[in-house]
Ligand binder design. Sequence first.
Ligand SMILES: [Zn+2]
Length: 435
Amino acid sequence: MVLYTPGRTSSYPDDPVKHGLRAFFLGGGDEVGNVGCILEDSTGTRLLIDYGLAPTRPPKYPAECPSVDHAIITHSHIDHMGMAPWLVGHLGTRLHGSPLTASLSEVMWRDTYKVSKIEGYPLAWDRRDMEEALQAWTTHQIGDWFEIGEWKCRFHRAGHIPGAVMIEIETPEMRVLWTGDMDTRASPNVLGALPVECDVLFLEGTYGNRVHPPRVEEEERLVSKVLEVVDRGGTALIPAFASGRGQDVLRILKREAPSLEAHYHGMGTRVTQLWMEHPESIREPKQLAKMWRWCRRVSGKSDRRKALDADVIVSTSGMLDGGPAIWYANRLRHHGANAILLTGYQAEGSGGRLLLDERKLRIFGDVVPIDLEVEQFSLSNHAGQNELVNFARACAPRHVVIFHADEEGREPLSTQLAGEMKVHLPSNRVEILIE
Ligand SMILES: [Zn+2]
């Protein structure tokens, strides 16, 4: 299966931009994840922001990128950086990002490569593209201006996960802010994003239709549930993503219930080591290091068996689609005192969704019933509706482009902001001209 024919199948418009700013979403315009967007103006400066893939089965890819010299990668999630090796291998694109995002890219790409081999899905890039991409990074600290063509750019903290950035762009005509995935609320490992005054705001809208419960209350609810499970003689399995949620959960548990015996197992081990090498991107980095010493990291088989007697196991994958979490679920399901605690959104078709809806899991090829307590907590690291609306107002732009959202996500944001700024709701592969 040929996914792309470089230079021939791109749907990007041929004509130059006469004035204003052109935005062309290759992906992530009217959907969550799978992001890629080309910005271009009349100076001929062209910039790609993010180039990801949605890790669904089969994976979803953004449209083919036209020739572009520079791409900024906002953060290390695969739906934002998963296709960057293709850019480097086929277009010779230079990648820009925070130092932590650049460091994390190796772990993320190697894992994507491995998963595509295991699951037998074609990937548009190969090992050599990946090796080249690892050499293609130019990193920038938060707050430092750098130039791309005729534009000046600088990064701001985005919240969301360590290393994640928002991008401020000064073109000759306007000031642009691109949020990437963001949260204005602090979480255990990162401080929240702060508004930046601009003319044009590209605002992610993942949870535009969701009003988050207060974070502190959700954290307390999670801790009490874990303690309840432990009191009745059970083990709480907490499936969590490798970059963000797992470390958040462990920091909450360490802070609130340090007497618990918590085990960690998954790709997050390497991720956390890299976080600790970039304390400038971490909230209270000493607390992260303390938490990391406090929890027991599982590596070998005997560690795994020991973890079954622990109070808490935090393990990947976050949506129970594979990883050691499945192995643990299979062992723990036979003892009714145990519980599975989900810490975020479970996508349609994911293992976690099946567990919530039907109390079943796909385990090593079989669908098996799970007669355990299952509870879901909202520890999202994306801004909710109130945070997004307040953030947009504080940036006071003339235009807002709501992306990285489905119809339900962007509609309420659009309604609330329409009186104050011009709202644009992009579709993939349709240009928007902002003047
Ligand atoms: Zn993200």
